[in-house]
Design a protein around this ligand. Structure first.
Ligand code: FDA
Length: 539
């Protein structure tokens, strides 16, 4: 066996050679990694079977399978030199130790939904890619879900989807649920790392509010749990964003009680049907309704523009009808609009599955099936109702782009009760609602890309007077590199020029930096929007 120091020296020289002979250098890196894994693994044969390099016929499918955003799945998207899909904790430890030893960058991937592709690439359009070769550590095999209905808890692997979690809960109980995202294919790993919200937000808060333990591999390759990681690190991983503090392998979550009968509805209004005034009223009342009621608006750019009032009520239809007639008569809801079902059926319905779909469908993921799906999202927080004239301008934007949409999600209820510093996710009391701006397209090429990016950025600019200021807050799980990035390749954070961290985390950013400085001072876990250690902050 070679001396590790010799290997390391050899490796630094190889990185210098990198630009001269890319292919050869990658082969050396691959070999150096394997040699290192032999030293650090008890059973290196097992992990060797889970390493995919470009010369492996499965490399492309393993890399591309979970990619949701075609913007980061083209021939010029920077690719990892390897995708590793470990099955056991010691394998993850060995990968981290070897990546650190060989100065390789690691991108951690759970469900692959990152809006800017940060879990599997360095964004091509920025052209500031980290110069070091990188590998993708894909947790797809860490997908075990173990539900304990007596203690009302579950351990869930980071590579499981929220749909798998929901389904496994429903297999065992009709009156337990979990408050996480709407789309079943979202990975638990990234979702919980950034907060994670869904239709039970007002009653129960975020997914991250319900994390009671976790297992994590840190930058030194150690496996930690809640007790051994300590209060600060346990605080930081519950909403401080992924790929910063370590590889979270699994999470223990507190489940929530749900009634046997819940009610959903979808009521569509167009501007001709008084949509503007109804949305205007919704802004003030939706955050104050009983917390069991979540009515979000999905406004879509069609002709005519539609405002879809999409709702979950944790209770029976008759009670909901009374609440709506009393507090929101403008919506004109009737008993026929309201559908009663079990909580798990509501998960399927709100996610767009046809009536009667077997809940097992939640175990599947969404694959693009060769259909390109380019998208861009952004977010904002609204603290005061937007005037009617402001909303009318929004319809004009939506009329321009029939694949553009806005999702407005009301806050209030439980969100008002949790302190801004309880976990790193800071957007609590004082917010009426969150806006997600979204556009998607299927045409390849620069023109479509430019048109859609210009549209969403103009829309975002239009909203400036109506949304939060100093900072203009954003939700880290709707990752948006427009709001600022670290300077790659070293991942330095420009405190004066670039305050993306404060937009995502407000005052919690400072504590996140302190935690990072303590647990990963060398900035091993880093990407374009990872929390920097203090020494990486420049003015
Ligand atoms: P992915 O694997 O891409 O990871 C995201 C980030 O976390 C990356 O930086 C990655 O490196 C890091 N990371 C991943 N696993 C990690 C781990 N185990 N340890 C440490 N770091 C890790 N959000 C929401 O709150 N409510 C919603 O309803 C929805 N709906 C939704 C629908 C669709 C179609 C998309 C594409 C996205 C959403 N989201 C959402 C946003 C979603 O919460 C966000 O993209 C999550 O980061 C996705 O987590 P994944 O594990 O899938 O992403």
């Amino acid at each position: 066996m070679k001396n590790p120091n010799t290997l390391c020296f050899l490796f630094v020289s190889l990185l210098c050679l990198f630009s001269y002979s890319n292919h050869q250098a990658l082969a050396y890196i691959d070999e150096a990694l394997k040699q290192c894994l032999i030293r650090h693994s008890q059973n290196h044969t097992a992990i060797f079977n889970d390493i995919y390099t470009p010369d492996n016929s499965s490399f492309v499918s393993v890399l591309q399978y979970p990619i949701k955003n075609t913007r980061f799945n083209s021939s010029d998207t920077p690719k990892p030199f390897s995708v590793i899909t470990p099955r056991e904790e010691p394998e993850v430890q060995a990968v981290i130790l070897c990546a650190a030893e060989l100065n390789l960058r690691v991108r951690i991937r759970s469900g692959g939904h990152d809006y800017e592709g940060l879990s599997y690439t360095t964004p091509a359009e920025k052209r500031v890619a980290d110069q070091n070769p990188f590998l993708v550590l894909d947790l797809i095999n860490f997908n075990n879900v173990a539900v304990d209905t007596v203690k009302k808890t579950a351990w869930v692997g980071s590579g499981a989807t929220v749909g798998e979690l929901y389904y496994r809960i429903s297999e065992k109980s009709k009156t337990l649920g979990f408050p996480a995202g709407v789309c079943h294919s979202i990975g638990v790993g990234g979702h919980f790392s950034g907060g994670g919200y869904g239709m039970m937000l007002r009653k129960h808060g975020l997914a991250a509010d319900h994390v009671v333990d976790a297992r994590l591999v840190d930058a030194k390759g150690k496996v930690l749990n809640r007790k051994s990681m300590g209060k600060d690190l346990f605080w930081a991983i519950r909403g401080g964003g992924g790929n910063t503090f370590g590889v979270v392998l699994s999470w223990k979550v507190q489940l929530v009680d749900v009634p046997e009968t819940v009610t959903t509805f979808n009521i569509v209004k167009t501007p001709d049907q008084n949509a503007t005034n109804i949305v205007h009223k919704w802004q003030s009342i939706a955050p104050k309704l009983p917390r069991e009621l979540f009515i979000r608006i999905i406004a879509i750019g069609q002709n005519p523009v539609q405002a879809i009032f999409n709702s979950l009520y944790l209770g029976p239809a008759d009670t909901l009808l009374k609440i709506l007639q009393q507090s929101f008569p403008e919506l004109g809801a009737t008993r026929q609009d309201l559908g009663e079902m079990s909580w798990i059926e509501s998960v399927l319905t709100i996610d767009g599955f046809p009536n009667g779909t077997d809940p097992k469908a939640l175990m599947g993921t969404i694959v693009n099936n060769g259909q390109p799906n380019y998208f861009k999202g952004k977010s904002d927080y609204v603290k005061n109702p937007i005037p009617v004239e402001g909303l009318e301008g929004v319809w004009d934007f939506l009329r321009e782009n029939n694949s553009g949409l806005l999702i407005m999600s009301p806050y209030g209820g439980r969100m008002d009760e949790i302190s801004e510093s309880g976990i790193p996710f800071p957007h609590r009391a004082g917010n009426l609602y969150k806006i997600q701006y979204f556009t998607s397209w299927s045409e390849a090429g620069r023109e479509a890309y430019e048109n859609h990016m210009r549209w969403i950025r103009r829309m975002f600019h239009y909203y400036t007077p109506f949304v939060s200021k100093s900072p203009r807050e954003a939700y880290v799980n709707y990752r948006d590199l427009d709001i600022g990035t670290n300077s790659m390749p070293n991942s330095t954070y420009g405190a004066q020029s670039n305050n993306w961290g404060v937009k995502y985390f407000k005052n919690n950013f400072e504590r996140l930096v302190r935690v990072k400085t303590k647990v990963d001072p060398q900035n091993f876990f880093r990407n374009e929007q990872s929390i920097p250690p203090l020494s990486y902050i420049v003015n």
